[in-house]
Design a protein around this ligand. Structure first.
Ligand SMILES: Nc1ncnc2c1ncn2[C@@H]1O[C@H](COP(=O)(O)OP(=O)(O)OP(=O)(O)O)[C@@H](O)[C@H]1O
Ligand SMILES: [Mg+2]
Length: 353
C-alpha cells in the first residue's frame, strides 16, 4: 500500500531571511508545530546564487536547533530569473510522445541551454473535442538549484522536494481559501528582491512571473540617501508605515513611495499583459503577501492602479496553533513572511510500505 507520508519541513531561503515551518495534519485544518525566521546578512544570496554559504548554513542550523526540529527532510523552493514557467497549448498526444515533444518545446521556449536546466511539466487540461491539451512547462537552472541543495546538505538536512515560489504561493492560498470555479485571482508575493505573481483561474495557474524587484531596493535607497547602516534603514522602513516623523526622518516616506510606485508600475504591466492576452475575464481579487506587503502604501497603490480590491493573504487562516507557544499578535505580524514556507510545509513525503 502506498500512502502519502508525513509533511516535509518547509524551508524558504529568501534573500533577506530564512523561514522554517513544520505542520501536522489535524482534520480539515493544519496545526502549526514550529515556525521561525532568521535574518541573513545582506548579499548572502545575490540573483539566485549563494554568495555567503556559511551565513545561510548558520541561519538554518540555528533555526532547527532553536526550534528543536529533529525532522531532517525538507521542501525548498527557488524563484527569480533562474525559473521559467510557460503555458503551452499542444495537440492531444500520448504520454511518451509528449515526453519527446516537451524536450523540443523547451528548446524553443527556454532562453537557456537545455543542458543547464531541469525541466518538468504538468498537464493542466485535456480537451478531447478540440484535440488539444494545456501544458505547464517549468524549467529551472541547475546551478541555482545546486547552490540551495548544497547549503541545505551542509546544514545536515535532506532536500526532498525543490519547488518553485509561485507554486508554493498557490498551495498556501488554495489550502487557506480554496477556489471559486470561474473566478480569476492574482496572487502577489513581494519579498526583498523578488516579486512573484501567479494568476489563477479557478484552481489553474494561468500566468506566472517573477519580477526581480522588491523591498530591498527601499532599504538600499534609504541607506544611500540618508547615509545610514542597513539595520537603521530597515528600521526606518518598518517604522515608516507609522507616518511618525518624530522617529523616522521625513525623507523616508518619500523614498518608500517612490520605490513602491515604480514597483507597482511593474506589477501593473504584468497584470495588463495577462488581461490583454487571456480570455478568462477580469481579475476580481488580488491577494498580497511577502514581507514587503507589510507596507500599507504598497497595498493601496496596487489597488488604486489596478482598480481591483487588494487583500492581505492570511497563510494561517486554516492553521491552528497553541497560543501559549505562539503569541497571536506576533504571529499575525510575521504572517506575510511565512506564506512561502507554509506552502512548502504542506508538501508531503511520499512513502511506500
Ligand atoms: N514592517 C515592515 N515594513 C516594511 N518592510 C518590511 C517589514 N517587515 C519586513 N519587511 C521587508 O520584507 C522583506 C522580507 O520579506 P520576505 O521574507 O518575504 O523576503 P525574502 O523571502 O527574504 O526575499 P526574496 O524572496 O525576495 O528573496 C525585506 O525587504 C524586509 O525589509
Ligand atoms: Mg521570498
Amino acid at each position: 500500500m502506498a500512502f502519502e507520508g508525513r509533511h516535509l519541513v518547509g524551508v524558504d531561503i529568501g534573500t533577506s531571511a530564512v523561514k522554517v515551518i513544520q505542520l501536522r495534519d489535524s482534520g480539515a485544518k493544519m496545526h502549526l508545530l514550529k515556525y521561525g525566521v532568521e535574518p541573513l546578512p545582506p548579499q548572502s544570496i545575490v540573483d539566485g546564487h549563494v554568495m555567503n554559504s556559511a551565513a545561510v548554513v548558520d541561519a538554518l542550523t540555528k533555526l532547527f536547533k532553536d526550534l528543536r526540529i529533529s525532522q531532517r527532510d525538507v521542501a525548498l523552493s527557488i524563484s527569480g530569473n533562474s525559473v521559467i514557467i510557460k503555458k503551452l497549448n499542444l495537440p492531444l498526444m500520448k504520454r511518451d510522445e509528449l515526453e519527446e515533444q516537451i524536450q523540443w518545446e523547451a528548446e524553443q521556449h527556454i532562453p537557456y541551454e537545455i543542458s543547464e536546466v531541469e525541466i518538468d511539466y504538468d498537464i493542466l487540461a485535456e480537451n478531447n473535442e478540440a484535440g488539444q491539451m494545456d501544458i505547464l512547462l517549468v524549467a529551472a537552472k541547475k546551478e541555482e538549484i545546486q547552490d540551495l541543495v548544497d547549503v541545505v546538505r551542509q546544514s545536515k538536512l535532506k532536500p526532498f522536494v525543490v519547488d518553485i515560489d509561485a507554486f508554493a504561493l498557490q498551495n498556501a492560498y488554495e489550502f487557506n481559501y480554496g477556489y471559486n470555479e470561474g473566478e480569476t485571482v492574482a496572487l502577489l508575493n513581494v519579498g526583498a528582491s523578488v516579486t512573484t505573481i501567479n494568476i489563477l483561474f479557478g484552481a489553474i495557474s494561468q500566468f506566472t512571473r517573477d519580477i526581480t524587484n522588491g523591498g530591498a531596493v527601499i532599504t538600499e535607497e534609504i541607506q544611500k540617501q540618508l547615509q545610514v547602516s542597513y539595520n537603521e534603514a530597515e528600521a526606518y522602513k518598518a517604522g515608516g508605515q507609522l507616518f511618525s516623523q518624530e522617529v523616522v526622518p521625513q525623507e523616508v516616506m518619500g523614498i518608500i513611495s517612490n520605490v513602491v510606485d515604480s514597483l507597482t508600475g511593474e506589477i501593473q504591466r504584468s497584470l495588463d499583459f495577462y488581461m490583454a492576452t487571456s480570455s478568462t475575464g477580469e481579475i476580481e481579487r488580488v491577494f498580497i503577501t511577502g514581507g514587503t506587503s507589510k507596507i500599507p502604501y504598497l497595498r493601496s497603490a496596487i489597488e488604486r492602479r489596478s482598480r481591483v480590491p487588494v487583500e492581505l493573504l492570511d497563510p494561517f487562516r486554516k492553521v491552528t496553533f497553541n497560543d501559549k507557544q505562539f503569541d497571536p499578535e506576533v504571529l499575525k505580524r510575521q504572517a506575510p513572511q511565512a506564506t512561502i514556507s507554509l506552502g512548502l510545509a504542506l508538501r508531503k513525503q511520499r512513502e511506500k510500505i
